[in-house]
Structures are given as structure tokens and as C-alpha cells.
Design a protein around this ligand. Structure first.
Ligand SMILES: NC(=O)c1ccc[n+]([C@@H]2O[C@H](COP(=O)([O-])OP(=O)(O)OC[C@H]3O[C@@H](n4cnc5c(N)ncnc54)[C@H](OP(=O)(O)O)[C@@H]3O)[C@@H](O)[C@H]2O)c1
Length: 292
């Protein structure tokens, strides 16, 4: 909370670009229970947005909530224009770009359907870039604001993520984009940050690696978001959760070739559990990769 106060972010209007950070919202609302807070919620399901909006209003009658249903995997130009218009009228303080998708199955790049890899680019990159572009002019006019983009340890901590190359690469974009904007805009009162999570016990992780219970190294979304909020306003790249930082520290000590080998073998095991219908790679060729 002190970080937010220090940066005078609290009185501003956060614009949250995903329901995934619902818990973050609850925390924000707890922190700001004594003040009015205005939110623009953007996600793809209107029903979920309406339900969330009602739930939030029930916790704090001083809230003002606007919702915008937008599928980032489709044509977002109209929605982005609408956000730009809203940003002109409202004092948009914090944009949190949290929406993200991942390929559920481990695949060599040539096995990934075109529609799927294009979808990763649209949702993980174009959505974040478009929202950021839409709110920056208003933030610049007011000389204050913050943009928080959610990256991934897969692009920063690990030297590679074979068989998930597109996901890792889109998150590498998020990291570099945020750090570059941080330098571009810090003298104009706008703080841009990339937050780097490792595993968090969310729906995404439960679908990909079947972790569904929090543990010391895989925090619950509640614990993670509480830490994440407190980090807004610090460096351009931040790893908010303490046990993730411990893992990052030890990962740095492991030779890159060993990490590559370990990650590749885990990915090949995941691929074997749900093999692609078409590959062009024989089982023998894949076994050769494991052995090599
Ligand atoms: N969980 C982890 O371990 C982990 C690790 C590293 C990085 N991250 C990053 O953290 C962020 C949040 O991930 P999460 O674990 O909370 O994932 P999640 O549980 O799958 O939530 C993702 C959110 O994105 C929304 N979304 C997905 N596709 C969308 C689309 N086409 N249009 C609009 N909204 C869409 C989802 O909406 P619905 O509710 O409608 O599905 C959901 O609200 C992502 O950027 C992810 O890459 C997560």
C-alpha cells in the first residue's frame, strides 16, 4: 500500500484488462475501501464482467465500474477506440495488461497450427500493445500514470522453452516492450513495468502442468496478487513473489546447457502424453533428441 501511496496511484482510475486478476481487484478494493475507486474492466465474457461488477459494487458502494466485453483474439479496433475515448474522459491511472494465453500442449513449432500461433500473437502482444497505445496520450496529458504488463519467467529466467517457443517469445516481447517504454516515459511521469511470475496456481497452470494446489514455490493467486500490487512503481522489470526470486537465483547458477536439456526433456514427456495428430517426426527421431 505504501508503494501505491508513494506514487499517488490510489486516487486514479485503474483500467484492468482481464478478469484473471480478479483477486488483484479485490485487494485494490480492500486497500482503497476508504476512497472512491473507478474501474474499467475488459475481458471477453460480458456475463462474467457483469457478475464481477455486481460483486465488486456489493463490497464498496463508492466504486464506479464500467465494463467492456472484448475478445482479444478477434477484431479489437472498435474496443480499443472505445478505451481511448474512455481514457480521455476518465483519469486512467493504472493499466494492467494481464490477459494471456498459452498453448496447452507441448509441440515442436512446425506442429503448431497456424491459427493457434497467430492467436498467441494477437492476444499476448497485439492486445497489450493496443491497450497501452490507447491510454498513453491521456496519461501524457496529465503527466502521470502506470502501465503494468504481465510477462513470464519463461522468457526471462529460463534460457529457452522448447516446444512452447511461441508463448516464450510473446512474453519476451512483453518484457522488452515494457522496459523500453519505461525508459521512454519515466521522465513524463508514466511508470511502465513488466512483472515476471513463475508458476502461480491458476487455471492456466492447472491446464498445462496439472498443478492445482498452491505450494511454497507455486503461490496461490491471492498471495501472488498481493505481492504484485506492492511492486507497482519500482523498477522496469520486477519479480514480485519472494519464492519465485529464490528459484530465479538458483536457476542462474545452473549451466544453460543443463537447463535446456532438463526443459526439453520435460516438454517431450508432455508432448508424449498428448501427441500431435500430424508431426512428420518419427518416434525414433524424437527419442534421438531425448538421448542427445
Ligand atoms: N499462472 C502462471 O503460472 C503464470 C506464469 C507466468 C505468467 N503468467 C501470465 O499471467 C497472466 C495471467 O495468467 P493466469 O494464470 O491468470 O491465466 P488464466 O487463469 O488462464 O487467465 C487468463 C485471463 O485472460 C483472459 N483471456 C484469455 N483469452 C482471452 C481473449 N481472447 N480475450 C480476452 N480475454 C482473454 C481469460 O478470460 P476467461 O476468464 O474468459 O478465460 C482470463 O481472464 C498471463 O498473461 C500469463 O501469461 C501466468
Amino acid at each position: 500500500m505504501s508503494v501505491l501511496c508513494k506514487n499517488e496511484l490510489l486516487p486514479w482510475i485503474p483500467l484492468i484488462s482481464a478478469l484473471g486478476f480478479l483477486l488483484l481487484l479485490r485487494h485494490l478494493i480492500c486497500l482503497t475501501r476508504w476512497r472512491g475507486l473507478n474501474l474499467i474492466l475488459v475481458s471477453r465474457s460480458r456475463d462474467k464482467l457483469e457478475q464481477l461488477s455486481e460483486e465488486l459494487l456489493a463490497t464498496n458502494e463508492r466504486l464506479r465500474v464500467r465494463i467492456l466485453a472484448l475478445d482479444l483474439d478477434g477484431d479489437i479496433s472498435g474496443g480499443v477506440r472505445e478505451i481511448g475515448e474512455m481514457a480521455k474522459d476518465l483519469d486512467v491511472g493504472v493499466l494492467i495488461n494481464n490477459v494471456g494465453v498459452i498453448c496447452l500442449n507441448a509441440r515442436f513449432f512446425h506442429e503448431v497450427e497456424e491459427e493457434l500461433w497467430r492467436s498467441l500473437v494477437r492476444v499476448n502482444i497485439e492486445g497489450m500493445v493496443s491497450f497501452t497505445r490507447a491510454v498513453l496520450p491521456a496519461m501524457l496529458r496529465r503527466g502521470r500514470g502506470a502501465v503494468v504488463n504481465i510477462g513470464s519467467g519463461g522468457a526471462v529466467v529460463l534460457p529457452s522453452i522448447p516446444l512452447s517457443a511461441m508463448y516464450a517469445s510473446t512474453k519476451a516481447f512483453v518484457d522488452q516492450f515494457s522496459r523500453s517504454l519505461h525508459v521512454e516515459y519515466r521522465h513524463h511521469g508514466i511508470h511502465v513495468q513488466c512483472q515476471i511470475p513463475l508458476y502461480i496456481a491458476t487455471k492456466m497452470v492447472s491446464m498445462v502442468i496439472k498443478i492445482d494446489k498452491p505450494s511454497i514455490f507455486v503461490p496461490s493467486p491471492e498471495d501472488y496478487t498481493e505481492a504484485a500490487i506492492r511492486q507497482i512503481g519500482y523498477e522496469a522489470r520486477r519479480m514480485p513473489y519472494w519464492s519465485h526470486s529464490v528459484q530465479w537465483f538458483f536457476a542462474r547458477l545452473v549451466p544453460v546447457s543443463l537447463l535446456d536439456f532438463w526443459i526439453l526433456n520435460r516438454a517431450l514427456k508432455r508432448r508424449a502424453r498428448s501427441p500431435p495428430t500430424f508431426s512428420g517426426l518419427t518416434d525414433r527421431a524424437v527419442q534421438g533428441i531425448v538421448a542427445g
